[in-house]
Design a protein around this ligand. Structure first.
Ligand SMILES: Cc1cc2nc3c(=O)[nH]c(=O)nc-3n(C[C@H](O)[C@H](O)[C@H](O)COP(=O)(O)OP(=O)(O)OC[C@H]3O[C@@H](n4cnc5c(N)ncnc54)[C@H](O)[C@@H]3O)c2cc1C
Length: 146
């Protein structure tokens, strides 16, 4: 069984230039209530099904965690101080550089994310086309014809 939900999404990825490694700091404390509630529900189901053996997150014992929904590496934010990209996916302070994938989502959405990622990418593409059109119009204005 797999449990999914919305944690605090307060993990931070930091690049360590010295060791050239990308480190993930994932505070456990802030989402403890969420993890406990999932654990309790899983145990309840396991007991109901008379599973006998309840292994709570087996990979934890190998000091390994796993996610199939990695989100938020370059989160969207209202200003450059709060995010990497704006609400149209354009990277702050890097005009014409767009990011359109799961990394822009600021937090876990709870259920499987690929349709939401596709919807966000679709929205961003409109801005890319709009900017491209404006650039083209400006270039036409300058040169007369292209
Ligand atoms: C086992 C599993 C099951 C899942 N099941 C579901 C499900 O049922 N429903 C659901 O909604 N979601 C599901 N997900 C999650 C979903 O697949 C992801 O959230 C989604 O694909 C993420 O989309 P993305 O565009 O952000 O990244 P990705 O789909 O990972 O796309 C990134 C792309 O970038 C390419 N790339 C990487 N590095 C480079 C590079 N340097 N240069 C050029 N290209 C590069 C990769 O090859 C890849 O094509 C599942 C995930 C896993 C792992």
């Amino acid at each position: 069984m797999v449990g999914m939900g919305i944690d605090e999404s307060d993990g931070v990825m930091e690049y360590d230039a010295k060791s050239k490694t990308l480190n993930l700091k994932m505070p456990r404390k802030t989402s403890e209530k969420f993890f406990d509630s999932i654990r309790a529900k899983m145990k309840e189901m396991s007991d109901y099904l008379q599973a006998g053996l309840f292994l709570d997150y087996p990979s934890w014992y190998l000091s390994k965690t796993v996610t199939v929904h990695p989100l938020g590496g370059c989160p969207m934010g209202a200003t450059w101080e709060h995010g990497v990209v704006d609400t149209h996916g354009e990277v702050y302070n890097y005009p014409n550089m767009f990011i359109a994938d799961g990394s822009v989502m600021p937090a876990a959405i709870g259920p499987n994310p690929s349709l939401t990622i596709a919807a966000v990418a679709d929205r961003f593409s409109e801005k890319v086309i709009e900017k491209w059109q404006t650039d083209l119009d400006l270039a036409k204005g300058k040169t007369g014809d292209i």
